[in-house]
Design a protein around this ligand. Structure first.
Ligand code: HEC
Length: 198
């Protein structure tokens, strides 16, 4: 009787080890093909298409990389601003005494401290304006503006901030060349990854 009990213990221990080993092996050696099999089995997930990736890939870098084709001038920008932006950013992008703007002022008078930080007194790169407006504005309908409209709005706001002249037509070539007044207030991060990083 005793012998039989001991035997059965060994058998169940061996079975237990066998189960554990095989599930560990399965977990460790899963391949991309296994993932695909599971994806098909559960019926969700698929490879993103080119158009879908392009719709998300809209970042514009300080050097202008990522700027799309298109162009826009100050006059057209002013018309669009009145229609689609002034309700939250004030007419002319400025605050009127006694009225709190929902979106804040977009036109600053100078680099002097104590003013609300915005395009003319704080933003180091003009290309950020294009990126920001295209991805985030109008606040209630982001992504609704055409590239030409975004160039025109950028031109209007840069002109309103006294950074470009009234006749400039902005495009992917001249927008990155604009030197913003606040550029000099920023320094490049020259840390090398050594001891100076705490
Ligand atoms: C429904 C209100 C609303 C409308 C319409 C709107 N905005 Fe805005 N905007 C905001 C708000 C709110 C913020 C601040 C968002 C934040 O800080 O996250 C903002 C921020 C901005 C900024 C950044 C300002 C800064 O100095 O940080 C820019 C530039 C801007 N908007 C441009 C535009 C333009 C151009 C339009 C028209 C196409 C527009 N906005 C329409 C509400 C609005």
């Amino acid at each position: 009787m005793r012998k039989v009990m001991i035997m059965s213990c060994f058998v169940s221990l061996a079975m237990c080890c066998a189960v554990n080993e095989s599930s560990v092996a399965q977990f460790r050696y899963a391949t991309p093909a296994d993932s695909l099999k599971r994806m098909l089995k559960f019926g969700f997930g698929r490879t993103a298409g080119k158009a879908e990736i392009a719709a998300w890939d809209i970042d514009v870098r300080p050097d202008g990389k990522g700027l799309p084709a298109g162009k826009g001038d100050v006059k057209t920008g002013r018309l669009i601003f009145v229609k689609k932006c002034a309700l939250c950013h004030g007419s002319g992008g400025k605050e009127t005494p006694g009225v709190k703007l929902l979106g804040g002022a977009l036109v600053s008078d100078s680099l002097s401290s104590g003013r609300e930080k915005t395009i003319g007194n704080y933003w180091p790169y003009a290309t950020t304006l294009f990126d920001y407006i295209r991805r985030a504005m109008p606040y209630n309908l982001p992504g609704s503006l055409s590239n030409d409209e975004v160039y025109a709005l950028s031109a209007y706001l840069l002109h309103a901030n006294k950074i470009i002249g009234q006749t400039v037509v902005l495009d992917a070539v001249n927008l990155p060349k604009i030197v913003m007044p606040a550029r000099k207030m920023f320094v490049m991060d020259n840390r090398t990854g050594g001891k100076e990083i705490r």
